[in-house]
Design a protein around this ligand. Structure first.
Ligand code: M6R
Length: 369
């Protein structure tokens, strides 16, 4: 069942083009409008929503963090992302005009389920983004948007993450379409860009040997840092989580802008630092800022491992290693930039001789609070 791969995790990394493709399938009608029929939630309610709160745990919460950038940009609805176990206990301000989006691969995570119930008690409607048909969270939610990643067996979440981002983006585009805002005319273009992603993800996977080689060479590292900005920030968090959970290496993700507010003190000779570089064609000066962050850590002795777009030569002088990803719109880059980080963690854990699919102390679904 591992499809010839040494672990479920590696198989599931390779399933990702399919996971994204399946999640996009059948979402357009003949007029080119986005249809989310299965959502079955009152359209007038979705039009009146004045706040979105995404609740989730672990990797699913990072998918929510990525989606927040897109949803706020496309829908202009204030969007918060909160760990479900924190949301539940802080007396959150939630009412009938709040749309709560619960993201869960398993649909059985107790922390997320308790947060869903709490939100519903306060009058909010809950949309679940879930990968497991008929599981508890989608059964209790007011509406469901399934990710179609197929069963995820490895404890470390990979294909579910990419599918969650895809589904949350579809929800954002759907809200933009319903509410008739300025992005509604661009939905077709954005969807076409999304539909081009599976082939681009495949390109990243096809280049995995370079990532694997570095992972094996780094198997004795004691600590690895990850930096990103904008949507690259949750990607950095996800890269660090993968390394912690399956390779038992101390790893931390930071917003690159936060470096000078403390974490840069950690950098000394030989410290490995992954940096996720946004597209040079993106907005504002984001790209230049991240390139200067690479310079800053490199000048203090860091070994820099840079994930950058094909053809972006501005990073070459400061990168000890570069992994290339195909060009894509800024908001879609997480679907590409995450993949080398997953491959890196998987290969490194394997090189250490660990059970990649069943890391110590962890369960696939956490059904206790
Ligand atoms: O099944 P869920 O998506 O609700 O699970 C949430 C987290 O427990 C999960 O993403 C966890 O962080 C993974 N082990 C990450 O790889």
């Amino acid at each position: 069942e591992k499809g010839g791969f040494p672990s479920f995790m590696e198989k599931e990394i390779h399933d990702q083009p399919m996971a994204v493709e399946q999640t996009l399938l059948g979402r357009l009608d003949e007029k080119g409008n986005l249809t989310l029929d299965e959502l079955k939630i009152d359209e007038s309610l979705l039009r009146s929503v004045d706040k979105i709160i995404v609740i989730a745990c672990g990797t699913a919460s990072y998918a929510g963090q990525v989606a927040r950038y897109a949803i706020e940009h496309w829908c202009r609805i204030p969007t918060e992302v909160e760990l479900a176990h924190e949301f539940r206990y802080r007396d959150p301000i939630v009412d009938e005009r709040t749309l709560v989006v619960a993201i869960s691969q398993s649909g059985e995570t107790m922390d997320t389920l308790m947060a869903v119930r709490h939100a519903q008690e306060q009058g909010a409607k809950v949309v679940a983004i879930c990968n497991t048909n008929g599981s508890t969270i989608p059964r209790e939610a007011d509406a469901v948007l399934y990710t179609h990643a197929g069963p995820e067996i490895a404890v470390a979440s990979t294909k579910a993450f990419l599918a969650q981002i895809t589904a949350a983006y579809l929800l954002g585009l759907y809200l933009a379409q319903l509410r008739g805002n300025k992005f509604k005319d661009e939905i077709g273009t954005i969807l076409a860009e999304l539909e081009a992603m599976p082939a681009k993800i495949q390109t990243v996977i096809d280049n995995e040997d370079q990532v694997k080689e570095l992972a094996r060479a780094m198997k004795d590292e004691g600590s690895v840092l990850f930096l990103g900005r904008h949507v690259g920030y949750p990607v950095a968090l996800e890269g660090a989580l993968k390394l912690k959970e399956i390779a038992y290496i101390h790893a931390e993700g930071f917003a690159a802008g936060e470096l000078k507010h403390g974490p840069i003190a950690l950098i000394d000779e030989g410290q490995p630092v992954f940096v996720i570089v946004p597209s040079p064609r993106g907005r504002d000066s984001l790209h230049a800022k991240v390139v200067s962050n690479i310079q800053e850590v490199r000048a203090r002795g860091a070994v820099t491992i840079v994930i950058a777009e094909e053809g972006d030569e501005s990073v070459s002088d400061y990168a000890n290693h570069v992994f290339r990803v195909p060009a894509a719109p800024a908001l879609l880059q997480p679907l590409l930039a995450t993949v080398p980080l997953q491959i890196f963690a998987c290969e490194l854990a394997g090189a250490k001789g660990y059970d990649v699919d069943q890391p110590r102390n962890l369960a696939k679904s956490v059904t206790v609070e």
